[in-house]
Design a protein around this ligand. Sequence first.
Ligand code: AMP
Length: 288
Amino acid sequence: MEQVVSAEEVRGALARPRMEGRTIGFVPTMGALHEGHLSLVRASLAQADVTVVSVFVNPTQFGPGEDFAAYPRDIEADAALLAAEGVDVLFVPTVPGMYPPDASTTVDPGSIGTVWCGAARPGHFTGVATVVVKLLGIVGPDLAFFGEKDYQQLKVVQHVVRDLDIGTRVVGCPIVRDRDGLALSSRNRYLTSDERGHGTVLHRALSALVESVRAGNADAPMLERDMARMIESEEGVTLEYASVVDSDNLERVTTIDRPARAIVAARVGSTRLIDNVQVPASGACDNG
Ligand code: AMP
């Protein structure tokens, strides 16, 4: 595995495979890698000829008072994991390398970036969209892999790539969970063992929604109220939102009559957790 720091080095490392017509897969991350990240890496290794992974804790997607400084960083452990998987190129840019003092351009994804997590974290998705467009510009991948764990981020990236005619196919990958149902996240390491137990309520509430829809309930506001009630009654957990939305534009739906996603965010102690699930077609699995 070749580990590089600059955009020029990335282009140099990819010049030959590109000339040979080999496909390039790309997995952007903020490091502190776990099995969720590795599932994206494995998808890239399976679907592309060459796999590039970036590890960059992007300052522009953190708000004031968020955990940018405290965000877990362990590049040696990350590099060892990626080398063992068979990754070809690891790109670890620096903050000044990505954001020279005279850089002034940002990418605003519009309204899809101001709802849900974007409402709680103003500017977050502009930071995400800007860094993703830069990384796609540097790597020039055929395929880029993003987790459904950050469902709104996946949709923002798909919209930006479509709107700006970027020639990369954005591939969404399923959420990887721990045995207790908690979606894997680099931030889970902030949780105490008690908080971890309480944090599983997000997954429990989403699973209950799936069961309820399968039993024939298509009333989205009622499903939202049930999720909210379950999450709010869990000790130490503060609900931010629990909503049923259109799978593509993230607008709330009132009835399950189209592809929909249930999305939740809550604070457990001082840690913000998010989770989501695809809503089954109403009553679809109820026929025997
Ligand atoms: P992050 O390092 O948190 O920025 O995440 C990098 C990529 O890994 C994003 O596309 C995430 O959606 C994805 N990811 C993080 N956790 C998971 C998970 N539990 N399952 C699937 N993908 C994940």
